[in-house]
Design a protein around this ligand. Structure first.
Ligand code: PGA
Length: 248
């Protein structure tokens, strides 16, 4: 039985002091023993948020990470910096990073491998544009993202990894994928993992849905057999996140 994982993706929101305030508001609302609860926060918020989350069930994640160990990469954050600060998860290959910062599948793969090497769980994002969906190439595109993203990742490592399926047209638009659309692609991703590895790996890997998840649609989405939780943007910054975490 896969444990649900419900993660907030704060994106470029919350100054350090606002972040601590938000954690203090959400702390009592997000207790749920049946799910892993993760706050993925801007790099500058990681230290104060980790401190504020001490003694709670909340785990802290980063929103990005570089694939080199250290050195002359001005502005980047290394895996050691994240682990030393207490980070357990990292969002990699979010569509906003792919679009605005030109991250490729190959870059994402390097980051996935580096995160795993350091014991940080990648939340690897994939998802199609509206145009791709209308052209009927959704699954081809996502299979490519998954296959390249998981290159050289072992089956044991893959089992611990999280994949977030986020249709780009549903992100921040209020336009959620239908439950059927979300389940269909998440099932397709699981089948792709079974092809790359085996059925046991596919049965263990956790696949989230993301894209306008809110307190009203979370229960139905998370009840699907292949949807193991959500990656939540806008609604993770509000008290509503407590309702999403306690969706049942
Ligand atoms: P949204 O963002 O919930 O605001 O649509 C999801 C995401 O981009 O992770």
């Amino acid at each position: 039985m896969r444990k649900k994982i419900i993660a907030g993706n704060w994106k470029m929101n919350m100054t350090p002091s606002q972040a601590v305030e938000l954690v203090n508001t959400l702390k009592p609302l997000v207790a749920n023993e049946e799910a892993d609860v993760v706050f993925c926060v801007p790099a500058i918020d990681i230290v104060p948020v980790t401190e504020a989350c001490k003694g709670t069930n909340i785990q802290v994640g980063a929103e990005n990470m570089y694939f080199e160990e250290s050195g002359a990469y001005t502005g980047e954050i290394s895996p050691d910096m994240l682990t030393d600060a207490g980070v357990k998860y990292v969002v990699l290959g979010h569509s906003e990073r792919r679009e605005y910062f030109h991250e490729t599948n190959a870059d994402v793969n390097k980051k996935v491998l580096k995160a795993l090497e350091h014991g940080i769980t990648p939340i690897m994002c994939c998802g199609e544009t509206l145009e791709q969906r209308e052209q009927g190439v959704t699954m081809d595109f996502i299979r490519q993202q998954v296959k390249v993203g998981f290159q050289n990742v072992t089956a044991d490592q893959a089992k611990t990894t999280v994949i977030a399926y986020e249709p780009i047209w549903a992100i921040g638009t209020g336009k959620t994928a239908t439950t059927e659309q979300a389940e269909e692609v998440c099932r397709g991703i699981r089948e792709c993992i079974a092809e790359i590895y085996d059925d046991a790996t596919a049965a263990e890997i956790r696949i989230q849905y993301g894209g306008s998840v809110n307190a009203g649609n979370a229960a139905e989405l998370f009840a699907q057999p292949d949807i193991d939780g959500g990656l939540v943007g806008g609604a993770s910054l509000k008290a509503d996140f407590g309702k999403i975490v306690n969706y049942k």
